[in-house]
Design a protein around this ligand. Structure first.
Ligand SMILES: Cc1cc2nc3c(=O)[nH]c(=O)nc-3n(C[C@H](O)[C@H](O)[C@H](O)COP(=O)(O)OP(=O)(O)OC[C@H]3O[C@@H](n4cnc5c(N)ncnc54)[C@H](O)[C@@H]3O)c2cc1C
Ligand SMILES: *[C@@H]1O[C@H](CO)[C@@H](O)[C@H](O)[C@H]1NC(C)=O
Ligand SMILES: *[C@@H]1O[C@H](CO)[C@@H](O)[C@H](O)[C@H]1NC(C)=O
Ligand SMILES: *[C@@H]1O[C@H](CO)[C@@H](O)[C@H](O)[C@H]1NC(C)=O
Ligand SMILES: *[C@@H]1O[C@H](CO)[C@@H](O)[C@H](O)[C@H]1NC(C)=O
Ligand SMILES: *[C@@H]1O[C@H](CO)[C@@H](O)[C@H](O)[C@H]1NC(C)=O
Ligand SMILES: *[C@@H]1O[C@H](CO)[C@@H](O)[C@H](O)[C@H]1NC(C)=O
Ligand SMILES: *[C@@H]1O[C@H](CO)[C@@H](O)[C@H](O)[C@H]1NC(C)=O
Length: 539
């Protein structure tokens, strides 16, 4: 008897230590991968092993799992692993995955581009499967009506490329990094260089196909306006599996102009940045000038300084840009040599740092190097006082800040005209700009990742005095579990409101009410999903 349990223990031990891939699910003992797979095949015989479904026994499991994780913090051996990764090649394969996960008490993690800042599309603390939509990525552009249907698994680089292929004067106002997935990105808002002229990606969604918690495929008409509202900015993963979006494209001129001008602290970087804060939101809406700053030089050799880069897209030619800058921001001293004219689609390559790559670089899902990072966001309603920048520079001179970057993105223009409740994304009039705080580190430093995360929290505390308060607003697409987490998705509305109002301000309650109607059993849930708020209910 004793021997038997020792050998059983031994078997368990070797199982766990020899395969770091074993899900926590296995230890919690319950769900049976085989019966989940059987459930799928009973509904449809197209779930081919090692092709559409990948279990821990399949040779491609790790490759398929890890290729969809952008933040390497969530691809470590100790990260909880899914029982199965499912990569449908047809939309009809999605409802069975929802139904069988539900039937077998498994969590579902939906993945489109895998760029989630907290790894929410690839990691769960409960037994789970990953539904990876990377093969559902058709893009159908209709130039005549200026619209497009885009499947969730497409990346935005593909969308930009296909739009430009169809017309030189159409564009879409979404994010900068070309490998973002359409599914998660549009669900959280989606902003980029066209924000001041055209608003967010989510502002331009006109229809959607979604699989709900009952496995039904709905469109805008059949889902109704409440759910359609919630999908456009309420964040992915709370309401269903978005299969595709229909969007309105926006007009752009055939020629746009870009520039990147860096000023160090010795070149008045602080004063220029301080001044930028009170003017950039008020520039002509054709002019988007963001600021990116980080430490440059070397602390050891004593020439460390801050590089403050003014990085701009102008919707027009260089002559008009120069006269506009002369009028609006002469202090920057922009000259013609700083500027370059190009097409809008070329500007998307310029903004992600690959100006010399051929356009088909935009189609490459693995174009960008994966990183270890932690990020946070803020919104600013009053300029940060000049003296306060000194404290920011001091933090950036600290050791942990070698890979730190802060980005200020101007609001104003179109963003001021859209009501705060038009879609769940609430950050509109009244905001001068948004901030993204980022810190990157290397694989060698990953053992000390806590050090960098702690530094990021310190930077965020410092900024606290100067940014929006009550709530301290944040962007759901820059997901941050420090703001508060659901207890395995099982948290009261009141508790979730702590982070819910940071992301959605006054729209959080309506999101929770919609959730109660469309997913009352809270099947679609994660650490920061919208909790159901039951209303119209006696007692
Ligand atoms: C390098 C980098 C650059 C970025 N640049 C920008 C930028 O310029 N502008 C901007 O606005 N944001 C930017 N972001 C943030 C980005 O918008 C979010 O990370 C977004 O959620 C990514 O979407 P995804 O599909 O790639 O991510 P995923 O990790 O696949 O998904 C994100 C969340 O949405 C859920 N989800 C995914 N697909 C679906 C679906 N089909 N149906 C329902 N739920 C789904 C996931 O479960 C997860 O909770 C950037 C992120 C990175 C890493
Ligand atoms: C099974 O999936 C295939 C595509 O993969 C689809 O053509 C077929 O209609 C599905 N069958 C059922 C019964 O849903
Ligand atoms: C495997 O899946 C791919 C799509 O990812 C498909 O093109 C291919 O035909 C499948 N192979 C088999 C053997 O079914
Ligand atoms: C994995 O392989 C083991 C040993 O062959 C087998 O017992 C188990 O059922 C397999 N699991 C799955 C999910 O196929
Ligand atoms: C910095 O600003 C001051 C005052 O605004 C100005 O006199 C000076 O020439 C500027 N220096 C540089 C390098 O731009
Ligand atoms: C700092 O000094 C190094 C060499 O001493 C030089 O290469 C680098 O450009 C300098 N950086 C700055 C920001 O001045
Ligand atoms: C995609 O980009 C990566 C990194 O630049 C490169 O290694 C790879 O070859 C590219 N793939 C294609 C198909 O171009
Ligand atoms: C969720 O919380 C409720 C109330 O506290 C509890 O009854 C229920 O068991 C919890 N469910 C899970 C999955 O933890």
């Amino acid at each position: 008897m004793v021997n038997l349990s020792i050998s059983l223990l031994f078997i368990f031990f070797t199982l766990f230590s020899s395969s770091s891939l074993l899900a926590r699910a296995t230890s919690s003992g319950s769900p049976d991968t085989q019966s989940f797979l059987q459930c799928l095949s009973l509904r449809n015989n197209t779930f081919i092993p090692n092709n559409i479904t990948y279990t821990q026994n399949d040779s491609s499991y790790s490759t398929v799992l890890n290729s969809g994780i952008f933040n390497l913090r969530f691809a470590s051996p100790s990260t909880p692993k899914p029982l199965v990764v499912i990569t449908p090649i047809d939309e009809s394969q999605v409802p069975p995955v929802v139904e069988c996960s539900k039937e077998h008490g498994l969590q579902i993690r939906i993945r489109s581009g895998g760029h989630d800042y907290e790894g929410a599309s690839s990691v769960s603390q409960l037994p789970f499967v990953i539904l990876d939509l990377l093969n559902l990525r058709s893009i159908d552009i209709d130039v005549e009506s200026g619209t497009a249907w885009v499947q969730s698994g497409a990346i935005i680089g593909e969308l930009y490329y296909r739009i430009a292929e169809a017309s030189p004067t159409l564009a879409f106002p979404a994010g900068v990094c070309p490998t973002l997935g359409i599914g998660g990105h549009f669900a959280g808002g989606a902003y980029g260089t066209l924000l001041r002229k055209h608003g967010l990606g989510a502002d331009h969604i006109i229809d959607a196909h979604v699989v709900d918690a009952n496995g039904r495929i709905l469109d805008r008409e059949s889902m109704g306006e409440d759910l359609f509202w919630a999908l456009r900015g309420g964040g992915g993963a709370s309401f269903g599996v978005i299969l595709s979006w229909k969007v309105n494209l926006v007009p752009v001129p055939e020629t746009v102009t870009v520039f990147s001008v860096q000023r160090t602290l010795q070149q008045n970087g602080t004063e220029l940045l301080h001044h930028w804060q009170s003017i950039a939101h008020d520039f002509h809406e054709d002019l988007f000038v963001r600021v990116i700053f980080s430490r440059i030089g070397s602390v050891e050799t004593g020439n460390a300084t801050i590089g403050v880069t003014f990085n701009s897209l102008f919707l027009g030619g260089v002559d008009r840009l120069l006269s506009m800058m002369q009028e609006s921001f002469p202090e920057l001293g922009l000259v013609r040599e700083d500027c370059e004219e190009m097409s809008w689609v070329e500007s998307t390559l310029y903004f992600n740092g690959f100006p010399t790559q051929p356009l088909d670089f935009l189609l490459n899902r693995t174009a960008l190097d994966k990183r270890y990072f932690k990020a946070k966001s803020d919104y600013v309603t009053q300029p940060i006082p000049l003296a306060a920048f000194e404290g920011i520079w001091n933090l950036l001179y600290e050791e942990e800040a070698a890979g730190a970057v802060v980005i200020f993105a101007p609001y104003g223009g179109r963003m001021n005209e859209i009501s705060k409740s038009a879609i769940p994304f609430p950050h509109r009039a009244g905001n001068l700009y948004s901030i993204q705080h980022l810190v990157y580190w290397n694989a060698e430093d990953n053992a000390e990742s806590e050090k960098y995360i702690t530094w990021m929290r310190k930077l965020y505390r410092y900024f606290g005095a100067y940014v929006s308060k009550s709530p301290r607003a944040a962007y759901i697409n820059y997901k941050d579990y420090d703001l508060g987490q659901n207890n395995l998705g099982n948290t009261s509305f009141a508790k979730a409101s702590i982070w819910g109002t940071d992301y959605f301000n006054g729209n959080f309650k309506r999101l929770a009410q919609v959730k109660a109607v469309v997913d009352p059993g809270n099947f679609f849930r994660n650490e920061q999903s919208i909790p159901p708020l039951y209303y119209n209910r006696k007692n």
